[in-house]
Write a protein that binds this ligand. Structure first.
Ligand code: GMT
Length: 381
């Protein structure tokens, strides 16, 4: 099938999922066209079945806000016509579902009918989308999608709660490619980060408020009082500076390493013993799943869809949002005994395999087929 994928190209869950999905679809023989404003970060290899079409928004001084949706929908129309695209898959409702709907309507004028699958990722619903300024447009574009999917059961329920949705929402969880990780290196180069007697605790995110970065520092501050440890913080975002300051104030700056954005997440997770994810809200928690497939147990909050990924007492522990003491206690419980840590590592790895791409990709393929068939049915009846 010829599929156009619209996503954000940046470091961040929805873009990563869309990119990995596109690569996997291309490997299965589909022709995949990414349409976005920059080459997605994880799209390193352009193979025969993968194309990238850049959306450009010409600056014009009259516009206080440059109209990205307009440029995106025009680019979609051109790409769909030029390459004979059969299906459009948009990731993150805002503004992608809206632009996709406009493209569909423009194409219908020319008797070209392309079904649109919209995947809801999280903040497009729980944070931004439900804002009264966006809500009518988000509701409309979700309802106008041919198929709607959400990355967790929790996000599906939140969507039904916040919006007047008339469509079925299919839950298709996020995934990882287990094969990719089982091929990775055995030399984890721990010594680059910590002394032999120190445990390595890691956090990876976009350092936005919703990630509760100060909780990570506070949990680590408690843990390192009982267990020699280092904290590795990976990512960039508005909360990073405050976090660096907090480490200074607490006198733990030398034990906390801020690495910035990285394309070598698996290298970092390879030497990690524990992953922290105390988020305020998280529709799924892809970062936790990536940790687990790398045999890293997770200490997290119980927000949103996280409990669908991190199994309490098995792959790590869940605590109430903001319960720093509980998170620190749980972290110490996992780290203080190597036999216990090894058991958590193995269990995390085993559970992560339930989200292997080989299990999830066919779900998307079935959805595509259903959407395509339904569209044809509509056209000919
Ligand atoms: O984690 C983020 O803040 C990035 C955000 C995004 O939209 O790119 O991630 C969301 O989508 C990911 C992939 O589906 C989920 O794993 C994250 O849980 C979700 N983030 C939130 O709900 C805050």
């Amino acid at each position: 099938m010829k599929i156009a994928i619209v996503c954000y190209p940046t470091f961040g869950g929805s873009g990563v999922v869309a990119t990995e999905l596109g690569i996997a679809l291309a490997n299965r023989g589909h022709e995949v066209h990414f349409v976005t404003y920059r080459q997605p970060v994880r799209l390193e290899l352009l193979n025969n079945n993968i194309y990238f079409h850049e959306v450009n928004v010409p600056e014009y001084p009259l516009f206080h806000y440059q109209p990205y949706e307009l440029a995106l929908s025009s680019k979609l129309v051109d790409t769909i016509k030029l390459f004979g695209i059969e299906l459009l898959h948009v990731h993150y409702a805002i503004p992608h579902a809206y632009a996709g709907y406009m493209a569909k309507k423009m194409l219908e004028e020319e008797q070209i009918f392309v079904p649109m699958v919209t995947t809801l990722h999280g903040t497009d619903i729980t944070l931004v989308g439900k804002h009264p300024f966006y809500k009518p447009a988000v509701t409309f574009s979700i309802n106008q999608s041919d198929v709607v999917t959400s990355v967790s059961e929790n996000l599906k329920q939140r969507t039904l709660e916040f919006f007047d949705i008339k469509k079925e929402i299919a839950v298709v969880p996020n995934f990882i490619d287990e094969k990719k990780y089982s091929l990775s290196f055995t030399d984890c180069q721990r010594s680059l980060m910590a002394n032999d007697d120190e445990k390595i605790i890691t956090h990876i995110s976009n350092f936005r408020k919703v990630k509760r970065i100060p909780d990570i520092i506070a949990v680590f501050h408690k843990v390192q009082q009982s267990i020699p440890a280092k904290l590795v913080m990976v990512g960039e975002g508005p909360e990073k500076e405050g976090a660096e300051r907090l480490c200074d104030e607490l006198g733990i700056a030398e034990k906390v390493i801020f690495l910035g954005n990285s394309n070598e997440i698996d290298r970092i997770l390879c030497f990690s013993d524990l992953f922290l994810l105390p988020s305020e809200s998280e529709s799924f928690g892809l970062a936790a799943l990536e940790a687990m497939i790398n045999k890293v147990p997770v200490i997290s909050s119980n927000a949103g869809g996280i409990p669908e990924v991190n199994k309490h007492g098995v792959t790590g522990y869940l605590s109430d949002i903001g319960d720093i003491d509980d998170m620190a206690e749980n972290a110490i419980r996992v780290l203080r005994d190597d036999a216990v840590l090894d058991r958590f590592k193995e269990d995390a790895h085993r559970e992560a395999k339930n989200f292997d791409i080989l299990k999830v990709l066919p779900l998307y393929e079935q959805i595509y087929k259903k959407a395509y068939d339904a569209r044809l049915h509509k056209v000919y009846n």
